[in-house]
Design a protein around this ligand. Structure first.
Ligand SMILES: Cc1cc2nc3c(=O)[nH]c(=O)nc-3n(C[C@H](O)[C@H](O)[C@H](O)COP(=O)(O)OP(=O)(O)OC[C@H]3O[C@@H](n4cnc5c(N)ncnc54)[C@H](O)[C@@H]3O)c2cc1C
Length: 439
């Protein structure tokens, strides 16, 4: 069987490996010049061998497929791990850094309000029997019609709780609360609950960065991956498929499109996509994340992850488990804030981030260097990761996960573990199982 896979991110790399193991003749087309896609560790221009992730940064202890890949390539998880629910409760507001306890003193109701918000989401999640099928929830349409902003209103959040929940939405879903479906968030919680079995789940960074996984997979696919080659069109009929790139036309029995939906919006599908699939491909939401990291000569900040009312949104130290006197701080901006930062050139973003970091942590030294990546500015990604907007789980969840003749979609956006590296691997396994079964 001949299979053309488009996109050498984790989904495309994993699908290619599995298809080859099943005896298929596979060609993997990648528009960029490196493997990994949204997994991209940045090592230069940092001094002292330090590094930071411009894309995916944490692996959850429940992400078994990713853990297996880390084990395969001998990549260690770093440090004791983070528990998001507690770490995210440091806040910088009105020029002051508040610890979780000081947050409670500033507003004694804040944690009850946050719990009320979580209670609404958890009640919705409890009705999802299978996280792979959130559309089967008995109240699917009603939950899908609501957004996280509606939940905030029902929970009657005060100023501090509202800031936390806005930053959570902008960080986790890369989108403003009004643009995130409650059913989608419930699905994510149900997935997490199903895999954690009630245990506390810790998230880790990894030694040397996640690019090591993609590089390890790609090293075994020399001659199979063609870099710098772009998909421009797909045709299919009863006899096979034709995949048109900017270099050539390939024939295939099956085609796996393992890239974000945004670049697919400019691909020519000669046999018009069916209307429901066309709408899903063109309309599914993508969040925005602009990550800006700055290296400083000394680590003069308190340990912790700080939510801020400033435009940097969240500032934290990605080098917390790396040795050396120097340290890197990262500003993680999502949603409208991420979009605003994306309109600036990189030097402006670095200056903005450095200024806010200085003010937050009273840093008096000069930055050593840094990088900023606005994923929404890069045409092969067009955003950070998929976010199902109100109404979109009902409209698009199912159709995106079904094959269209010889063409299948893979990638984080069609997984049960949507938005994560784990989801990219999961989606690859799903499409390969279908192709192998189809023969
Ligand atoms: C800022 C940010 C933070 C994140 N944080 C985390 C995290 O902490 N933990 C986690 O698990 N996940 C995280 N993620 C998500 C994770 O990175 C993705 O879910 C995962 O890497 C997606 O893999 P993929 O294979 O689906 O797609 P991609 O990685 O996007 O791979 C698709 C590939 O297709 C190529 N391509 C696109 N168009 C074409 C074309 N026309 N022709 C040829 N090739 C094309 C692209 O160049 C790319 O290499 C984060 C993502 C971002 C952006």
């Amino acid at each position: 069987m001949r299979v053309v896979v488009v996109g050498a991110g984790l989904a495309g790399l994993h699908a290619t490996e599995l298809l080859r193991a099943a005896g298929c003749d596979v060609q993997l087309i990648e528009g960029g010049h490196r493997p990994g896609g949204r997994v991209r560790t940045v090592r230069a221009p940092f001094a002292g061998g330090q590094y930071a992730e411009s894309g995916a940064e944490w692996v959850d202890a429940t992400h078994d497929r990713m853990l297996a890949q880390l084990h395969r390539f001998g990549i260690e998880r770093l440090g004791p791990g983070e528990q998001w629910t507690t770490i995210r409760r440091w806040i910088h507001r009105n020029g002051e850094m508040l610890s979780p306890e000081q947050v409670r003193l500033a507003d004694p109701n804040v944690y009850d309000e946050l719990d009320r918000f979580d209670g609404i989401v958890e009640a919705a999640a409890a009705g999802i029997a299978d996280p792979a099928c959130p559309q089967l929830h008995a109240a699917a349409a009603a939950l899908d019609a609501q957004s996280l902003a509606d939940v905030a209103q029902q929970a009657n959040l005060g100023e501090l709780a509202r800031l936390f929940r806005w930053r959570d939405s902008q960080g986790e879903f890369a989108e403003e609360p009004s643009q995130v479906s409650l059913l989608f968030v419930a699905q994510q919680r149900a997935y997490h609950a199903a895999h954690s079995g009630g245990r506390t789940v810790l998230s880790h960074r990894v030694a040397g960065g996640f690019s090591g996984v993609a590089e390890g997979m790609a090293a075994g696919l020399v001659g199979v991956i063609s870099y710098g080659e772009h998909l421009i069109g797909v045709q299919q009929d009863a006899d096979g498929a034709l995949v048109h790139t900017d270099r050539r036309t390939l024939t295939a029995d099956h085609v796996v499109l393992a890239c974000s939906l945004v670049p697919l919006r400019s691909v020519q599908f000669h046999d018009q996509l069916p209307p429901a699939l066309h709408a899903a491909v063109h309309q599914l939401g993508y969040g925005t994340v602009t990550k800006t990291s700055v290296q400083w000569p000394r680590r003069t900040w308190p340990a912790g992850y700080a939510t801020t009312s400033g435009t940097a949104q969240r500032v934290y130290e990605p080098t917390v488990d790396q040795p050396g006197e120097t340290g890197i701080l990262m500003a993680y901006c999502g949603g409208d804030g991420g979009r605003e930062w994306a309109t600036l050139v990189e030097a402006e973003r670095l200056a903005l981030a450095a200024g806010e970091m200085r003010a937050m942590h009273r840093i008096d030294s000069e930055p050593l260097g840094g990088f900023s990546r606005a994923w929404s500015n890069e045409p092969r990604f067009g955003g950070s990761y998929a976010v199902y907007r109100p109404g979109q789980v009902g409209a698009y969840w199912q159709v995106l996960r079904e094959p269209w003749g010889r063409v299948q979609l893979a990638g984080e956006h069609v997984a049960a573990c949507t938005g994560y590296m784990e989801g990219a691997l999961e989606s690859a396994e799903t499409v390969v199982a279908r192709i192998v079964a189809a023969g």
